[in-house]
Design a protein around this ligand. Structure first.
Ligand SMILES: [Zn+2]
Ligand SMILES: [Zn+2]
Length: 562
């Protein structure tokens, strides 16, 4: 056995890259897809660990205590640390065709998709891939989603969904307190405002020795490169691809620092328009409240600090009391085993009751959506009767008879009116023909809203964060049409949708439209995604009065009648 000791300590990122490279090459073999997924998942997990795996291996610590790392992956990590390589990866790489082998340097590129592009465009290298991406050839030959995948796979700059950044936030925070001995730590910036995609994770800290914190931080996750540092700020490049920013502030200016670091540029600019630069204000501001008070403002919740009119409201003490997860009375978008969910209607109802909900609407997919096992009309008739019987026996929670009805290409709804009439309400969504132009897509939605059984517009723009932009819509027309027709919008809580955007939700709410904060749960556990939707609803400035499912069922019952 070769025991060539690697000269330097490996960072978790380097270890993760090798596991991801292995996963990528395994996927070109006829390898079990679960195994491939397991390596990808372990690599992602490792990127967000604060402990150094290199150190742990040398101390013979048990790596399998981390979720997602089983015996096989732990053995692979040990091999990487102790020998500097992974024999299986080297073997596969030497057997692979050269155009596949080079992909291992870009572990986020999917080999099968790249193979399709290579074939279609008759190319065979990363350089050509990059050129064809820039010339637009990939997009025109294989579509926007493919181009987006390549762009992400090739890019060095990274961004991360907020819910994943929250895991990194927790790990960094723990490291700062336990390993760096900081006295106080507060996440600031986009993550504190709950912006849905994060590229920099910022923290304000209190410490007597900033230099020592910076030095210690460089051991985070094994090795953490410093990008730049001054007497009280430092930037690091996290292995997950995002930037980590630290700023130190003394206790007496803690509140000032938090306000400066948390607000968007526009929020801070508008504050400075009141009494000049924040840093030259006289006095000390240990809390944010003390700073806002000095400026003649009431406290502004972090999610509102965007420069969207919150300062004028704070001057008049008219800021909304933002909705919280505890205000939610029920769920209005949930799937069951009748379509593509994993739990039965009864199980979903029991989970809703456990959460203290008064109602849960079962919104399985409609008949045309075959890939999601859409419910045929006759089965939906049976489901309606089944739910009526269940409601006769249930206590504490009411099951609402509903459906996630496809909006067809011409704007028609996917069930006949006589069936829709029997439902308590509908969530109507677009799941096909994303490519229609702005005018066509807008007309399609407005035509659907003309149906009196259209209740709530599901995931309004169809966006998937970091994957695909939403379809093109004239949102102002859609909002005013919804308002005239008595239709509602949803805030979809899936962390990669969060659709409506906060801006559109704010506009809809200002037009007087109530918004449902829905999880689109496909399992009982996913009902917990509600806090993601709540984050976004708060960014939109919603109070309980603006949220549909903060209302009791008897109110909804009246609101849903058209
Ligand atoms: Zn849907
Ligand atoms: Zn759904």
């Amino acid at each position: 056995m070769e025991t060539a000791q690697p000269p330097v300590m490996l960072s978790n990122a380097q270890i993760a890259d090798r596991l991801a490279g292995l996963a990528q090459l395994l996927s070109t073999q006829k390898e079990n897809p679960y195994k491939v997924k397991a390596y990808h998942r372990a690599a992602a997990r490792i990127r967000s660990l604060s402990e150094s795996l290199d150190e742990m291996v040398r101390e013979e610590a048990d790596l399998t205590r981390f979720p997602g790392i089983g015996d096989a992956i732990a053995a692979a990590i040990r091999e990487i640390v102790l020998t500097g390589q992974l024999r299986k990866l080297e073997t596969l790489r030497s057997q692979a065709a050269p155009e596949v082998a080079t992909l291992a340097d870009f572990p986020r590129l999917d080999t099968r998709r790249v193979a399709r592009i290579y074939k279609k465009l008759q190319i065979g290298s990363i350089e050509e891939l990059r050129t064809r991406l820039e010339s637009g050839a990939i997009e025109s030959a294989l579509g926007g989603r493919m181009a987006q995948h390549v762009r992400q796979g090739l890019s060095e700059a990274h961004a991360m969904l907020l819910y994943r950044a929250d895991d990194v936030r927790d790990a960094v925070q723990e490291f700062l307190v336990e390993k760096c001995g900081v006295k106080e730590v507060q996440v600031t910036g986009d993550a504190r405002r709950r912006v849905e995609v994060i590229d920099t994770l910022s923290f304000a800290i209190q410490t007597d020795d900033f230099g020592a914190v910076v030095a210690r931080m460089q051991r985070y996750g094994g090795v953490l490169p410093v990008l730049s540092a001054t007497a009280d700020t430092a930037l690091f490049s996290l292995s997950s691809g995002i930037t980590l920013r630290l700023i130190a502030a003394p206790p007496k200016q803690w509140g000032l620092c938090l306000v400066q670091e948390t607000g968007s540029a526009r929020h801070v600019q508008e504050l400075e328009a009141l009494k000049g630069p924040l840093s030259s204000l006289s006095g000390s501001f240990p809390t944010e409240t003390s700073l806002y008070r000095k400026l003649g403002l009431s406290y502004i919740e972090p999610e509102l600090r965007e420069g969207h009119g919150e300062i004028a409201l704070a001057q008049r003490n008219e800021l909304p009391t933002l909705v919280t997860a505890a205000d939610i009375r029920g769920e209005l978008h949930a799937h069951s085993t009748s379509s593509d969910g994993v739990h039965s209607i009864e199980q979903m109802a029991a989970a809703a009751r456990e959460r203290g909900y008064e109602y849960i609407g079962i919104t399985d997919h409609s008949q045309s959506l075959k890939i999601a096992r859409g419910v045929p009309a006759e089965e939906l008739w049976q489901q309606i009767r089944h739910i009526d019987r269940l409601n006769g026996t249930l206590h504490g929670v009411r099951i609402l008879k509903a459906s996630e009805v496809d909006i067809l290409a011409d704007g028609a709804l996917d069930y006949p009116d006589e069936l829709l009439r029997e439902l308590d309400y509908t969530v109507c969504s677009i799941h096909s023909r994303f490519g229609l132009n702005r005018e066509q897509q807008t007309e399609r939605l407005m035509r659907a809203m003309d149906n009196r059984y259209f209740t709530i517009l599901g995931h309004a723009t169809g966006r998937l964060l970091l994957k695909r932009p939403g379809y093109d819509l004239d949102m102002e027309r859609v909002i005013s049409h919804a308002q005239q027709n008595g239709c509602f919008f949803e805030m979809n809580s899936s962390p990669d949708r969060l659709d409506l955007s906060a801006d559109n939700a704010r506009k809809a709410s200002e037009a007087g439209i109530l918004i449902a904060v829905n999880t689109d749960a496909h399992s009982t556990g996913e009902l917990g995604l509600i806090r993601r939707g709540i984050d976004q609803a708060r960014r939109a400035g919603l109070a309980t009065t603006g949220v549909l499912n903060c209302q009791p069922w008897h109110t909804l019952h009246d609101l849903f009648k058209r």
